[in-house]
Design a binder for this molecule. Structure first.
Ligand SMILES: [Zn+2]
Ligand SMILES: [Zn+2]
Length: 294
């Protein structure tokens, strides 16, 4: 179930290749960082186990190519903000029962940049950003689970006024498998056996994430026994050489109807001759208690 989301850095190869990290990050008065984005991605059971490369379509804000993020029409430039005279901050007096305080807040007109766009860029209407559709290839590592989170750095929205881009977070959802389940790095499944296989033992073919594998059923296997195939489970995240196990729970199926021959043989085993009306003895015989009722 993975209630805890694990944070990973993943590798990606996209088109355009924005400068990693967005250059040196200026603080406070500098441009604001862009928003992080979330993308939900559904993958198959086996893809989560072994990892997969996925191509995703992403819409995010990129720096406007026409005005290079400045927001001003070509030839013009940003001008000094009249509200704050370029300081980017305004002082506000706040009255409280204890007196009057002066607070410094970012300028609401220029959002702290100190500059305004008098003649906005036609492409982005002065925002300096434009919505772009992009194809990204994301490498999903082996061993992820539902709730795993991948961080793709710098693929969030670009920051306004040339600010560094945010990150893209990919939230993974793993589709269920018809027969296999997962508990961390252990894979679980049930295998039906006939009572004869359980009693006599057998070698059967079972489904694993690596394909069909032989599984030895020892003679005298009891219902609800767990049998294990080592190293057929999920690779450990971050260390895929180490793998969990596959655990099989034995479901012994008893016949609901017996053929005449089967019944005869079973009654022979139970030490009972199939004369009518007589019940097999309950205290002796292997199947006395099980098949007493016809
Ligand atoms: Zn523009
Ligand atoms: Zn201002």
């Amino acid at each position: 179930m993975g209630g805890f989301a694990d944070l990973f850095e993943t590798f990606f190869s996209g088109f355009g290749g924005a400068a990693a990290g967005g250059g040196q990050q200026r603080r406070r008065s500098g441009p604001r960082q862009g928003d992080d984005l979330r993308l939900d991605l559904s993958i198959d059971f086996r893809e989560a186990v072994f990892g997969v490369e996925k191509e995703v379509q992403l819409r995010h804000l990129e720096t406007c190519g026409t005005c290079k993020g400045l927001g001003a029409k070509e030839g013009s430039g940003p001008t000094t903000c009249g509200t704050c005279s370029g300081a980017g901050q305004v002082r506000r007096a706040t009255r409280t029962p204890f007196g009057s305080f002066t607070q410094v807040a970012p300028c609401p007109t220029c959002e702290g940049s100190g500059q305004v766009i008098a003649d906005p860029c036609g492409t982005c209407n002065g925002a300096g950003l434009q919505q772009v559709s992009k194809t990204l290839r994301i490498n999903i590592p082996a061993g992820v689970d539902s709730g795993s989170r991948l961080r793709v750095s710098s693929e969030g929205n670009a920051g306004p006024r040339g600010g560094p881009p945010g990150d893209l977070y990919v939230f993974l959802g793993v589709k269920s498998h018809p027969t296999l389940r997962r508990d961390g790095i252990t894979i679980l499944s049930e295998i039906p056996l006939s009572y004869l296989q359980a009693i006599l033992g057998d070698t059967i073919e079972v489904e694993t994430v690596d394909g069909p594998e032989p599984l030895e059923i020892p003679p005298g296997t009891q219902p609800a026994t767990m049998l294990t195939l080592k190293n057929k489970g999920v690779p450990r995240l971050g260390n895929p050489v180490a793998r969990g196990n596959h655990q099989f729970t034995i479901k012994v199926q008893l016949p609901t109807r017996l053929s005449g021959d089967e019944r005869q043989l079973l009654e022979q085993l139970a030490g009972h001759h199939s004369s009518k009306g007589q019940r097999p003895p309950h205290k002796s015989g292997l199947f006395g208690g099980l098949f007493g009722k016809g």
